[in-house]
Design a protein around this ligand. Structure first.
Ligand code: NDP
Length: 336
């Protein structure tokens, strides 16, 4: 079974009817360097929404009728590649939403998921794409320094949980923003953030102002729109803004236009930099080593919301835009 797009999404929220699940006979004969992978865990990520619409971006749109791709962890069932043994676990940021598939084992984007180092779902979160995003975006663009104030939007999610925890480990005061009381409690009680703010509260703007009496040195942008607008007036001189995502805009039929916030950037001499995690691909091994070390020392936690069964992939993806999940959303497809 695999999941594909039935049509490109023109604008607005994706819906079940935009996808189809197909069943095909798999030819398991392997060519040189090929491996047969059984999917164990698959990731759903907000960024793949961009690949569901036609148009120019940093990565091509998915092809209608072909499997959608996202992060995954699988088990090798057959191998014709000296790099991989049968029974090993393998992870990739671009596995198809497909129960079983044949792929080329020499691709550099494949990485080993070592159960002795961390549980398998971690390879889709802390030690996978969202962990790399949070850690490298913060350290390379955010340039955190001890005693600075870091604000993280979508702070209870997959990327946010890493940004805030790494910020704490590097000595920052961390304020997380999210859309429910449960998420706010999670950020302070489980993730160890200093303060959490619920952007759905009618007192949101005042709550932000109270949370940052010394201003904001780093604003981690996951969301955009009104939620972010409330942060900009508090930017300190030479503040940094890693522009990771703008999820509030992904399903808009038209983008907001016009001058909004440039004045605050000007006044604070702040630096905002957009980035795609794969810009830092050469730094993934060092980042993985550091995050795994912190994880095994109990200094950083990795939370997952795990759903069960292939039929949960589409609903879980759709729910990312209106979700009460904590940490990384993952779907378990088969037993380990
Ligand atoms: P999350 O696990 O954080 O899930 C998304 C969360 O975003 C939801 O739980 C929800 O939390 C919040 N959200 C959804 N819709 C809205 C909205 N309209 N307004 C405000 N908040 C909303 O996802 P990720 O951690 O995987 O992704 C976070 C961001 O990082 C996304 O923008 C994503 O595209 C980006 N990203 C960028 C990468 C890069 O290379 N630049 C790589 C990976 C991710 P709440 O209830 O708090 O609203």
């Amino acid at each position: 079974k695999f999941i594909s797009l039935k049509n490109y999404i023109k604008g607005g929220f994706p819906q079940e009817k935009d996808f189809e699940t197909k069943e095909v006979e798999l030819n398991e004969t392997l060519g040189d360097n090929q491996i047969l992978v059984k999917l164990i865990y698959i990731s759903v990520d907000p960024y793949v929404r961009g690949r569901m619409s036609e148009g120019k971006s940093y990565i091509d749109p998915f092809k209608v009728g072909e499997p959608i791709e996202c992060g995954g962890v699988g088990k090798i069932e057959k191998s014709n590649c000296s790099k991989w043994k049968v029974g090993e676990y393998i992870a990739c940021n671009s596995f198809p939403w497909k129960e079983k598939f044949v792929t080329n084992g020499t691709e550099p984007i494949l990485y080993k998921a070592d159960k002795d180092l961390a549980p398998l779902p971690c390879y889709l979160s802390l030690l996978g794409m969202t962990g790399m995003t949070g850690y490298l975006g913060l350290t390379e663009i955010g340039e955190p320094k001890k005693g600075e104030t870091l604000v993280v939007s979508a702070g209870s999610g997959a990327v946010g949980q890493v940004v805030g925890q790494v910020g704490k480990l590097l000595g920052c005061k961390v304020i997380g923003i999210a859309g429910s009381k449960e998420k706010c409690d999670f950020m302070t009680k489980e993730l160890g953030f200093d303060i959490s703010v619920n952007y759905k509260s009618p007192t949101y703007k005042d709550d932000i102002a109270k949370a940052v009496p010394n201003g904001v040195d780093i604003y981690w942008e996951n969301v955009g729109g009104d939620i972010s607008d409330a942060i900009w007036p508090h930017l300190n001189k030479y503040a940094r803004i890693p522009l990771c995502g703008i999820i509030s805009a992904y399903n808009k039929t038209e983008m907001d236009v016009g001058p909004r916030l440039q004045m605050y950037l000007l006044k604070s001499s702040a630096k905002m930099q957009g980035f795609i995690v794969f810009n830092f691909f050469d730094k993934f091994p060092a980042a993985t080593k550091q995050l795994a070390e912190w994880y095994n020392q109990g200094k950083i936690k990795d939370f997952h919301s795990i759903k069960n069964g292939f039929q949960q992939v589409i609903p879980s993806f759709l729910s990312l835009f209106d979700s009460n999940h904590l940490g990384k959303m993952i779907i378990k497809i088969a037993e380990e």
